[in-house]
Design a binder for this molecule. Structure first.
Ligand code: B1M
Length: 222
């Protein structure tokens, strides 16, 4: 891995948001994820490379350390903030592309779940694929998804869940949507979700990553 990507990955892993941030104390006055992501792009590193070779593996390390109880929620939160400051620089690249909209896509993280980094990435890539994205945020109830769908009846719906507990809420959301809008297309994703689970709860498609979600939407319009 190049030096800059290595430094960027460390910034995310240890929650160093930007140079001004005093956290973590041993990285004081060093560039953080904000400056390093900007510089990597200026040096010609592609947004995909930054994401796949630095940001995503860094977050995986954070998760592993949390599992081993080497870090706790506050450190995980700082890592997420650092990741978001880097992602802000990548966003324009993922959103560029076609201006003519292919359709609408409603996305949200399901009720009880506050994780939004993966959901935001999916939203960015889908927007970059030419779709209008209606992002309902995190902790989104079945009623809120339904209301959005009533306002945008042709939209495809995307549900994200990161917890094994909140994944269960997907089932209720799919049932409520099917009860009122039986023809709606529902895509599900997030680390604990599988194709088997997707079938079990009656959703239409599961994608493990943003590209699979983009491909699914492409296939719907072709
Ligand atoms: Co949380 N957390 N967290 N957390 N957190 C996990 C998910 C966990 C696996 C960590 C661990 O134990 N190793 C664990 C879940 C265990 C489980 O249920 N099996 C966990 C836990 C336990 C918790 C709390 C319960 C901790 C506590 O309070 N004791 C708590 C729950 C809060 C809540 O939601 N109610 C909690 C809180 C938090 C923070 C708030 C501190 C923070 C989130 C900040 C934020 O999102 N703004 C956080 C973080 C950062 C993580 C980890 C470290 C990183 C998540 C992440 O952003 N990954 C995570 C461990 C891990 O993932 N390794 C962990 C990077 C992101 C790019 O990947 O989100 O998987 P991901 O998205 C991917 C794919 O899944 C897919 O595409 C994305 C890009 O490739 N995808 C879709 C996602 N949505 C999709 C939708 C689609 C298609 C694809 O279609 C619609």
């Amino acid at each position: 891995m190049s030096d800059i990507l290595e430094k960027l990955a460390k910034s995310v892993e240890f929650g160093k948001i930007n140079k001004a941030s005093p956290y973590p104390p041993n990285m004081k006055d060093q560039d953080g994820a904000d400056e390093l992501a900007k510089r990597a792009l200026e040096e010609g590193v592609s947004p995909d490379e930054i994401l796949e070779n630095a940001l995503v593996p860094a977050m995986a390390k954070v998760g592993d350390k949390f599992t081993r109880k080497e870090i706790y929620v506050p450190q995980m939160l700082m890592a997420a903030k650092a990741m978001n400051s880097a992602l802000a620089h990548l966003k324009p690249f993922f959103q560029s592309g076609e201006t003519k909209r292919k359709g609408k896509f409603i996305i949200g993280t399901v009720s009880g779940d506050l994780h939004d980094i993966g959901k935001n990435l999916v939203a960015m890539m889908i927007e970059g694929g030419g779709w209008e994205v209606i992002d309902l945020g995190v902790d989104v109830s079945a009623e809120k998804f339904l209301k959005a769908l009533e306002e945008h009846p042709d939209a495809v719906v995307g549900l994200s869940a990161l917890l094994t507990t909140t994944m269960e809420n997907m089932k209720n959301i799919v049932t409520v949507i099917r009860g009122k809008q039986s023809g709606a297309k529902i895509l599900v994703g997030g680390a604990p979700v599988t194709m088997d689970y997707c079938k079990k709860i009656g959703a239409d498609f599961y994608s493990p990553d943003p590209q699979g979600a983009v491909n699914y939407l492409k296939q719907l319009t072709s």
